[in-house]
Design a protein around this ligand. Sequence first.
Ligand SMILES: Cc1ncc(COP(=O)(O)O)c(C=O)c1O
Length: 471
Amino acid sequence: MEKPLLDAWRRARAERRRPMQVPGHKLRYLDDAPGWAHELVGDTVRDDIPLQGGVDDNAYSNDYLGQAEALWARAVGAEHSRFLVGGSSQGNIAALATVGDEDTPIAIDRTSHRSTQAGLVLIGARPLWVYPEIHPELNIPIGMSPRSLADLPERVNGFFVTSPSYVGTISDVPALAAVAREHGEPLVVDQAWGAHLDFLPGRGAIAQGADFSVTSVHKALLGYTQTAVVSMRTGIIPRSTLDRWVDLTSTTSPSGTLMASIDGARAALEEDAGRRLGVVIEAVATARQRLARVPGLVVVNDETAGCPVDPTKLTLVLPGTGADGVAVGEALWRMGHGPESADHDTLILTTTVADEPEWIVAFADLLGDLIEAHRGEARRPSPLSIWRVEPQVAMTPREAFLRERRRVPLREAIGEVSAEQFCPYPPGVPLLAPGELVTREALDAIAAAATTCRIAYCSDSSLETILIVSR
Ligand SMILES: Cc1ncc(COP(=O)(O)O)c(C=O)c1O
């Protein structure tokens, strides 16, 4: 199995060079090397080798990165891929900027990650928000309907959807791609949570017809934290346009270690040819069956959701058990098994190829017992506002971001235009964003979300004030 970047990283690590250039830690902390302040920083930088002047030379003469990116592209059926160390956040910004411009709106899923708004700020495009369908009882998104993209009131400059969703539900990407093709516009799929799908034949977004996909290698695969890849088919847009935006948003000092972990993850998945993924998927199916025996618990799967669900995800809807997801989540965290996300009604657990199948099944039993221990009186699910935000857009995110702003008490801001994001994390979908009118519903939703998680990216974390656009 070819893995040019990983091999080069290993060679660089074995050489034990003594550079008279960056990195500042001078590669003095490899394993047992006793550099200055070893006990304070040694183990955190032990494996850190820069790409430039480390894994490759200063001129990138060997183009190990380019070779590794080409191998990734080939593996996922793309024509061009770029490795990123700014996460799928960077990928979303670069992909959006590649397809959009200031003059024509872009159709974007309003349940998309907060990073899409950074892309909009960068290029000045107006979002034409589109909304996934919401399951009437489970209150979770169950995929973007092709109709939502087909029936738009005006011409758009491309379509942006999130699949899998944060809860693991998957959209009909081939049908969405067909709509995009009819309009002659590109389809971007934020597949941050679905990097593994690229290694299941015919399941990845690009394989299913998307023009661009953004995927976190650190989420569903084995990459270092922060690693992601943006991939594209060429045709509608030249690859140099994507390169331009990736380069604009990238550090000039990428970590060779992070990048090599992307190459290693790809090689591992290709070499394994789906066997490990198959075993994990089987274990998750067993885990789901066991959890489904817990009275009142809804296990989200293809049948209960009514749409395809990521076969590696465990998403549970708790109200029928009376258990509080926040309390169960806290108990899991204390046990060292922190969940991906926990609100009062929903628990989301991520499994990957790094999990042993026996552990996944044992964890399901442990979780079932924990839910029993928290059992209470069954209740109705509370409609979670995060998936249902339908903002009134007063100006573009860019205008709101750049205009003069002033601070007012939050409750006095109704009717004003927000200059900032209020973003429950997880899942990182803004309840209110720059350019959107502050409404009573938005403020109530923020207050409710604050009872279960951190409200991120607003300037006053006490939630007493807000920055609004000055009139
Ligand atoms: C749907 C979605 N897209 C993009 C991102 C950003 O990913 P990253 O953390 O790799 O920047 C996230 C993060 O949680 C996400 O949920």
